[in-house]
Design a protein around this ligand. Structure first.
Ligand code: SF4
Length: 423
């Protein structure tokens, strides 16, 4: 396989490749030794949002004693604007399963738990078939288990996913640090995002040097981007990390003169539209206040209202938490209320704006997980990027975008537990 794009989406035909097609498409001998060293040299970081070095996670699990280790493939994709994992699993499910199998070999796990949202029965079906095909192989790898969990925003958070596997409850658990090892039953668990697993599979075949032929020195490789908002149609693109935002918008037929971009998803940040020359990688997005995060880019056109979109997202995020901690139970609904007040340019706007800023400081860092911190980060970025508009709203003047009530960020509304409506 040469160093051109696509990589993890290579061979896409509009349907999932069978095991035989997959083996023909990615024909290359898999390393039987030195897999961990290659992974370490590749510099691969997690593609689920945290960008944690994958080899460090693996190393932690390799150092754990005891039986019952498990690899958990996290394809929950709780971020409503993200479509990359379901696209990948609808194209190259065996690449994801290969990567999980290599990770299992590296840590000595005999079980791989693949977790997907149960509302996406198409992907559940694709995975059932892929796992069945693997049981027919002469080479028996680890045992694959398919878990279809209820979809919600926090369900994809690592500790919530493990909690669900253990107790059927998608609630995040307090962790003193990110290096705290999670357990499924008694077995130490390595949780990796589906896209991360696909990259591991390619590194296992083609090596670290090949992987690094794309991307930047700090952020090597390619990554999937879910591009939505002011685009001809929502799509998933595979890009070399370090590609400029302008080039990504071009490739995706998006508005080239946007007002702003929402980067990294609902728990990410707004970036003003005059930063399109910035390369798409954490080390270059970070200094301008943006992030790769969950690989989401929502394009907000000049006609849109950033305050309206922020308020819609915060409303939903306030509803999505399990409300087991104060910042989620009280803080997020209060943020949503202040944003609604400002959006409708009600009286007393300057005081509400000052209160909103203060609330952000009170909420930050006080939850058992980072859900509320993500919301605060997004709200603060909105206060900065849309400062002029928000000030006008606070002074009693609604912008045209808010009056038009046109929506650019897709926000699901929960009708009841298992039924979602997308707005
Ligand atoms: S901070 Fe919020 S989402 Fe996280 S565990 Fe507490 S209540 Fe749940």
């Amino acid at each position: 396989m040469n160093a051109t794009l696509p990589r993890v989406l290579h061979g896409a035909t509009g349907r999932p490749l069978s095991l035989a097609e997959h083996q023909a498409t990615f024909a290359a001998p898999v390393r039987t030794s030195g897999l961990f060293e290659e992974l370490e040299a590749s510099g691969l970081t997690g593609r689920g949002g945290g960008a944690f070095p994958t080899s460090r996670k693996v190393s932690l699990l390799r150092n754990q004693r005891g039986h019952g280790k498990v690899v958990v493939v996290n394809a929950m994709e709780g971020e409503p604007e993200a479509h990359k994992d379901r696209t990948l699993l609808s194209t190259n499910p065996h690449l994801v399963l290969d990567g999980a199998e290599y990770l299992a070999a590296m840590i000595g796990a005999k079980t791989v738990a693949v977790c997907v949202p149960r509302d996406n029965q198409t992907v559940v079906h694709y995975l059932k078939r892929a796992i069945y095909e693997r049981t027919l192989r002469t080479h028996k790898g680890p045992t694959f288990e398919l878990h279809a969990a209820p979809w919600r925003y926090v369900a994809g958070e690592e500790s919530a996913l493990v909690h669900w596997l253990n107790d059927n409850e998608s609630l995040p658990q307090y962790r003193a640090s990110r290096t705290h090892v999670l357990r499924v039953g008694r077995g130490p668990a390595l949780v990796d995002n589906a896209e991360t697993c696909a990259h591991v599979a390619l590194i296992g075949r083609f090596g670290a040097a090949w992987f690094r032929e794309m991307g930047t020195a700090t952020s090597p490789g390619s990554a999937l981007v879910s591009l939505t908002g002011a685009v001809d149609r929502p799509k998933v693109l595979e890009v070399s990390l370090g590609t400029t935002l302008a080039a990504i918008l071009d490739a995706g037929n998006a508005d080239r003169r946007p007002q702003a971009l929402l980067t990294g998803g609902y728990g990410g940040t707004w970036l003003a539209g005059n930063h399109l020359d910035v390369p798409y990688a954490n080390e270059t997005l970070g200094p301008v206040g943006a992030m790769v995060g969950t690989g989401v880019l929502v394009v907000l056109p000049r006609s849109g209202c950033g305050l309206l979109e922020t308020k819609r997202v915060v409303d939903w995020m306030a509803n999505e938490s399990a409300r087991q901690c104060g910042p989620c139970a009280f803080g997020l609904p209060a943020l949503a209320e202040d944003l609604t007040h400002l959006l409708h340019a009600r009286r007393d706007g300057p005081r509400v704006l000052a209160r909103l800023i203060e609330r952000c400081g009170v909420i930050e860092g006080r939850g058992a997980c980072r859900h509320p911190d993500g919301v605060v980060r997004m709200v603060r970025s909105a206060l900065s990027v849309f400062a002029t508009d928000i000030e006008r709203h606070a002074q009693g003047s609604m912008c045209e975008g808010a009056k038009a009530d046109e929506h650019w960020v897709t926000v699901p509304s929960i009708v009841h537990e298992d039924e979602l409506v997308w707005q």
